[in-house]
Each structure stands twice: as structure tokens, then as C-alpha cells.
Design a protein around this ligand. Sequence first.
Ligand code: URP
Ligand code: ZN
Ligand code: ZN
Length: 462
Amino acid sequence: MKKILLKNAKVVDDKGIRKSDLVIEGEKIAAEEKRGFFEEDEQKGEFKVIDLAGKYLFPGIIDAHTHYSLHSRGTVTADDFYQGSIAAAAGGVTTVIDYIDFPEDGNFKKSVAERKKEAQDSIIDYNFHQVVQEFNSKISENLADLKELGLASIKLFTTYKDVGYMIERDKWSELFKRLKEIEILPQVHAEDDDLIQDLKAAYSKRNLIEPRYHPSIRPAAAEALAVKDMGEEALKADIPLYIVHLSSAEGLEAVRELRAVKAQIYAETTPHYLMLDNSYLTRENAQLFLMTPPLRNKYDNQILWEGISQSEFQVVATDHCAFNKEQKMQSDSSLEILPGIPGTETLLSLIYSSGVRNNRITIREMVELLSINPAKIFGLYPEKGSLEPGTDADLTVFDPNVEKKLTAENLHSAAEYSPYQDFTVKGYPVMTFRRGELIFDNKLRAEKGSGRFIFAHSSSLL
Ligand code: URP
Ligand code: ZN
Ligand code: ZN
């Protein structure tokens, strides 16, 4: 197969921004040189040439938080790994890190093997986080398998006791000790369950359970409390803690307080907590905007953006959890609506339009949040998240001048709706290469199942 020359690129990676030409050979990046360097070889016909005419070239975007084929509450999400990965590729995403449900028998070899089977139709690459709901001597022993299986992190919940997700507080200390020993990074979905249960009972008693009450039943205070509690335990155990989908100003304040006493706290937020607010939960179709933690208010949006600008967040990911309209509209009780929204396809264009265009972050900072940092934190760097010669040629070509109205019709999730319906973005991915292969450029080009599980090493945080 011929080498590919991507010429006249504006490359953005951890080394900064520069004008250059990049060569792909097979699945790998072969070289990067100043513009014009490969002219002689080009004239000899050595390359298939793609002229990027000054467009940006990023290391492939990584969505570090997705739920494809999530089996939940008697149903399954609309996006499986095939459809979800098509939407991802269309949005410039070349790798996702998805979740594996906790196996009843604590057998992680089996849970990872089964999840790999569910992911086998993906057209982009993937890795996983393992959910852990219990801790005992058997699980302690089995956790070491995750490392050998190529996973870098586990997810814990401080809520959802009613459905069995919550890990009891008296287990945290021993669990953290074990994770430190085996170099696995803990993540937490932080919401205080006791507070939520009390509020749920109080609101239910008065029948105040419509979507508009979702943020009151699961308030920012519950997030802050859980961040603080688990953060303090992580500090005692001297282990880093990664907070997933941080949604509120109060939650961010708790992160700041922990960092001030030297806790190693790393935080992820999502486009929806930056760009949507609880007024959407008063709409007629409020169900389509319900996820957990809930949308907060405009003040929270602003504080979270400030946090992004001040480098208080390390990752922006989507928590893509796509149910279709029919599934979402089955109930109008916030206690029963299937929680989650689609997001991967719009991640890059939204963060560029709202973040970079509005001078909240530089383009390099955006690439750190969406590619470099997730690759490092989840053990995929430099194979992913870098443009180093010899590493995987996962590349996102981005045209800052393409303007697009986001509509269900021009997006690819099987949810068939977007919470960002009619948002106009300026700047859009126009080509996505996964391990050297052009998989999307206005058109799907990849074969079903051409994505691969990528073995993760230990997190850079450990
Ligand atoms: O509502 C959400 N976020 N659903 C996905 C599961 C989770 O808690 O991340
Ligand atoms: Zn969560
Ligand atoms: Zn999630």
C-alpha cells in the first residue's frame, strides 16, 4: 500500500502548533517535516497525496467516557458499538473508553472478554473502564487481572444504592490501598446517596417528580459532598482520584478545597454541563435532556467554563449514553426516565466553537483536553494522543471555517435526536483517520469491526 502524504497541515499536539507535512505508512505515522520537505519524493509518485490546504491536524480525538450497548433498567441504549463508533468517527473521534458493568461473580477476565465481544463491530479503537461495586478478598485478588487485561482504571459510584451500584463507604480505604498496590486508577461518579434518598422521599411525598425537580432531588450539594468524602479518603490513601462528569460550581469548589490540601484530584466535565442548563428541564420534551448528575444553572455553566480556562479540568468527555426518543419519553417521572444523552459526535465541534472561538481556551489546550490528557491518564499514550513517528496514525483533520447547524438529520447516533438541536457550530472535523485508514470524510469508509481493543498501560497519574 502507498504511503499517504498529508501536506500543508497545521499540526496541533503537545509540542504546540506548526505548519508541516506528515507521512502515514500503513497504520503508523512515519514522519513529520517542514512543509515542502517531501516534494522530491512526491514528484517521484511515492505517495497518495492529500492537500489539507492549511486545515488543522490533531491527534485523533478520544472520548474517555461513553456507554455504548449499555444494558440498563430492562433495556439497552440505542447506540451499539457499531452505530456509536460511526457517530464518533463522523465527529473526529478515533478512540473511545467505554464502561464494563460489574460482574456478579467478580470475574473480570470474563467481564472484559464479554465486553470485547460486544465491542467487536466498532469501527474505531477502544478501551474500557471496569465498574466495581463491591470489595472483598476475592475481588481484591481479581482486580490485579485488570492490569494484565490492559485496563487502566475502575469506576466507583457513591450513589444508586437502590440498584446495587454503590460501593459502601467502609470499603473505600482498603480498596484504595489495593488499587495503589496494583496501579489501577480509581474514578468516581460522585453524588451523596443519603442526601439524594432523603430528597427523593421528600419530593416524592409531594409528587414533585417531574424532570424540572431532577436537579433539586440530585443537587449540586450532593455532588460536592461525595467529591469531598471520597477525595479525603483518596488523600489518606495517597492515591490520585479521577472525578467523572463533574457538573456543578459547588462540585468544583470541593475539588479546589481538596487540591489545596494536596489531594491528587483530576476532573472531567462534559459539553452538556458547560452548554446546557436546567431550563431545558422545563420544556415539553424535558425527558430528552435528563441525565445524572442533572443539568445545573447558567451560573454553573459559567463557573465550569472558568474552570476549563484555568486548567482545573484535565479531560472533557461526553458520557454518551444514547436512548432514542421512544425510550426517553416512556415516562415523565424524573425517577424513571432513562438517564443519559448522546454526545460523542458533537464533542469536538462544540468545544472548538464555544471554547476556542470564544477565547476560553487555546486550540492546543483543547487538544490536551480531548486527546493528549485522556490518552495519558488512561494509559494509551503515546500510541494514542500523540503524533510521534512510530505511533498509531489516528488523525483528525479539522476545518475551522465549516459552519454547521447540528440537527438529528446530519448526525449519526441511533438516538435520532441531539440535545444540541439547532446549535450552530463553526469548525468541524472533515476527515478521520484511524490507524492510517481514512474512516470518515462526509461518508463512512470503514468496514464494520475494523476498530480494535487497545491495551492500556498504567495511568500517567500513578
Ligand atoms: O445519566 C447518565 N449519566 N447515564 C450514564 C451512566 C453514568 O452514571 O455515567
Ligand atoms: Zn456516572
Ligand atoms: Zn457515564
